[in-house]
Design a protein around this ligand. Structure first.
Ligand SMILES: NC(=O)c1ccc[n+]([C@@H]2O[C@H](COP(=O)([O-])OP(=O)(O)OC[C@H]3O[C@@H](n4cnc5c(N)ncnc54)[C@H](OP(=O)(O)O)[C@@H]3O)[C@@H](O)[C@H]2O)c1
Length: 250
């Protein structure tokens, strides 16, 4: 079986190729295309987009505005990462193909993606999709495309919201007068390092916050001040992002 990747040097296409090869997928069974010319994977076949689309399995990892790529007429399994391109639009474009949509996130190069996917395919295709996507991390099959749009807004955002929180903290710490290096290091300690302690604990968030509140001290005062605004900000962000994902698909 040959796996074609349209957008093989992009964030996600490149991550998928690298993680598959690192996990034992024979490089010679990759068929790759990008715009700027071959980069890496010397044993793979670098070719044009139309030839990639004829592979047994085709991954669409180009930006929505660069799709459809010239000569896109697959008749095998297609796994599309492209937002905007709904299952209906993809089916209209490639009526002979079996099509799924997947939404990896920016943790893919580290094997830390949480990748939802959706598509009306049989058990054999589903198993193959799970196997291929799991090279980038954990995979979950969803039951509706609307759930996928929501996932585009949530895990699809990758490190964007933590980055926004870090930026807000950094702005405040700078205004307070902390030296730049100290401010940066302090924010990293919270947003990246301490937050890793939450891994696997999403069911315990009340208990985690209650633990901090229980000290009735510095952090408890901060939580009380931030909680209402934080809930409102995240709700507004996810509403807007989900609405955008739905709107883009129209
Ligand atoms: N990044 C994310 O976290 C994320 C999350 C969810 C969904 N997505 C979706 O996933 C898709 C890929 O995103 P990305 O961030 O990986 O994009 P990216 O880093 O911008 O990579 C795009 C790739 O497409 C290639 N390309 C562009 N036009 C092409 C053409 N006509 N033929 C062949 N290759 C072409 C580019 O080639 P060159 O390198 O030569 O320019 C590059 O390799 C997008 O549709 C995006 O909406 C991304």
């Amino acid at each position: 079986m040959r796996l074609g990747i349209l957008g093989a040097t992009g964030w996600l296409g490149g991550a998928l190729a690298a993680r598959l090869v690192a996990g034992g997928w024979p490089e010679a069974r990759l068929v790759l295309a990008n715009r700027s010319g071959p980069r890496g994977f010397p044993l793979a076949e670098w070719t044009d987009a139309a030839a990639v689309a004829r592979a047994d399995v085709v991954v669409v990892a180009v930006r929505p505005e660069d799709f459809p790529t010239p000569g896109f007429a697959p008749d095998g399994l297609v796994i599309s990462f492209a937002t905007v391109w709904t299952l209906d639009k993809l089916r209209a474009l490639a009526p002979r193909a079996r099509i799924v949509r997947a939404m990896p996130n920016s943790g893919a190069p580290q094997g830390a993606s949480y990748t939802p996917w959706v598509g009306d395919v049989g058990p054999g295709d589903a198993e193959l999709v799970m196997k291929l996507l799991s090279a980038m991390g954990e995979v979950v099959r969803l039951t509706s495309e609307d759930q996928l749009d929501y996932m585009a807004a949530l895990p699809g955002s990758g490190m964007a919201y933590p980055a926004l929180m870090a930026q807000a903290m950094l702005t405040h710490a700078r205004a307070f007068g902390l030296p730049e290096a100290v401010a940066q290091r302090a924010v990293q300690a919270v947003v990246v390092q301490a937050a890793s302690g939450l891994l696997g604990r999403m069911g315990d968030l009340d208990a985690v916050l209650d633990l901090y509140r229980g000290y009735r001290g510095v952090t408890a005062a901060g939580i009380a001040a931030a909680a209402p605004g934080m809930a409102q900000a995240m709700s507004a962000a996810l509403e807007a992002a989900h609405a955008k994902a739905v709107d883009l698909g129209r």
